[in-house]
Design a protein around this ligand. Structure first.
Ligand SMILES: [Zn+2]
Length: 451
């Protein structure tokens, strides 16, 4: 993990947030290559789950929403973690996480505040920071960020930074169903920022207080076979991770047991990735029933039921929700791709990113800085940049330039040399095998597309 964090800074993928001011804890900024990787992943997701399907549409709703939304969703009443303070070192922790670490998730899930305090005391569980076992009683800590809208800091102006993008989809359900004339089953996808004031964030960008989600609410009829639809979504999500080139061996599916399930959910699974710090959730799929739409009907007084003209029947749709973290997916892609090997008797760091998400897809080099080589290289670069993500580099030895591109995961490098002047061919070098081949200039784009 330390290697990946250091790499991310060294090569401009991820920087500490507000670094020149000593950093703001748990904030991270995506650098020039990081933002390209992140955008590629979001684009790939949108293409796979929205554009390649007929039953999906997109949405981009606002971060700030009417406070009643969070009353209806249950976030104001119960979106909280059990907080405990170490009396000795004054550090704060999640009580359930302390139990989970020592006694397993079974013992920690679904416990009340009282039970959590009792379990910690009974097993004399130690403080993760100082090792003593002297905690305060567990108490509720709401995870929503609060702020004020307008000029008056009074209760009436309180608004929340959304803790999930899902609610934006539910409150727009009526508009979308009516205007897009979508027949159930259909789904709505959204990518956007969400905020949770986590007690113990950490593991680099894995758990942060500000993060980006990619969420889908898929609306179905209650008597449809939801198990079958659920399985189809699970398969589709697995296919997408394959498209990103994530190694199958590092993925597993875990179904939540009854105690872990949210009170409204009938089934939830997580797809987990084998991070250097252990297995961790990469995405989840939950069957949320008709809980959300029903609650919004109740709190808004607006009818959110759906009229099926063919069956001449009115009903409140049920929902299956695949939910992904953008930052976690980026981190997964980086960890999964990070490798070290030996080439020409020298160690190299190589990012084996899938060509479809690599920040740079093709690098163009003149072998040496000679005007006649630069001229052709520039022309090839200009031709390719409308079709691919291309970088031009003429500084340093050719070996160094290859190494730089290997490190950021560029799958192909093109070199223009003196032979190019005569045979109108360039050398294409493959990142993983370091194998080279000569290709005609006019065939470069076709060749790259076929690789
Ligand atoms: Zn302590």
């Amino acid at each position: 993990m330390d290697k990946v964090v250091a790499f991310c800074k060294r090569r401009g993928f991820i920087f500490q947030g507000s670094e020149i001011y000593g950093g703001l804890a748990n904030t991270w900024d995506y650098g020039p290559y990081g933002v390209e990787l992140k955008n590629n992943i979001k684009e790939s997701w949108w293409k796979h789950f929205v554009h390649e399907r007929e039953d999906m549409v997109g949405l981009d709703s606002s971060i700030l929403m009417h406070p009643r939304v969070w009353e209806a969703s249950g976030h104001i009443a119960s979106f909280s973690d059990p907080l405990v303070d170490c009396r000795k070192c004054k550090e704060r922790f999640r009580g359930d996480k302390i139990i989970e670490e020592h006694l397993g998730i079974e013992k920690a899930a679904g416990k009340s505040l009282k039970e959590i305090s009792e379990i910690i005391k009974k097993h004399k569980l130690p403080c993760p920071k100082c090792g003593t076992s002297d905690f305060t009683e567990a108490r509720e800590f709401n995870l929503m960020f609060r702020t004020h809208q307008g000029v008056l800091e009074e209760k009436a102006s309180t608004v929340y930074m959304r803790p999930e993008t899902a609610q934006g989809i539910f409150v727009n359900f009526r508009n979308i169903a009516a205007i897009m004339r979508k027949k159930i089953p259909f789904g709505v996808a959204q990518i956007g920022k969400a905020f949770r004031n986590e007690i113990t964030p950490g593991n680099f960008t894995y758990r942060t207080r500000e993060f980006e989600q990619m969420e889908i609410e898929y609306f179905i009829k209650s008597n449809d076979k939801w198990e079958k639809i659920f399985d189809q979504w699970e398969k589709s999500c697995g296919k997408w991770f394959k498209k990103l080139g994530i190694n199958d061996k590092n993925l597993r599916t875990r179904q939540h047991n009854k105690k872990e399930l949210s009170h409204y959910s009938k089934k939830t699974i997580d797809i987990e990735y084998k991070f250097p710090f252990g297995w961790g959730e990469l995405m989840g799929i939950a069957y949320r029933t008709d809980y959300d739409l029903k609650r919004h009907m109740e709190y808004s007084g607006v009818d959110l039921s759906y009229f099926d003209q063919e069956a001449n029947e009115k009903f409140i749709p049920h929902v299956i929700e695949p939910s992904f973290g953008v930052d976690r997916t980026v981190l997964t892609a980086l960890i999964d791709a990070y490798s070290e090997d030996m080439i020409d008797n020298e160690p190299r760091v190589i990012m084996k990113l899938h060509p479809s998400i690599a920040p740079v897809q093709v690098a163009v080099f003149p072998l040496i800085k000679k005007p006649e080589l630069i001229k052709i290289s520039r022309k090839i670069f200009d031709d390719l940049k409308t079709k691919f993500k291309v970088e031009y580099d003429e500084s340093g030895s050719i070996g160094k330039r290859y190494r730089r591109q290997d490190e950021i995961g560029t799958p192909y490098c093109l070199t223009i040399d003196f032979d190019t002047l005569n045979d109108k061919c360039v050398t294409i070098r493959d990142r993983d095998s370091a194998k080279q081949k000569r290709v005609k200039i006019e065939k470069i784009a076709v060749e790259l597309q076929s690789l």
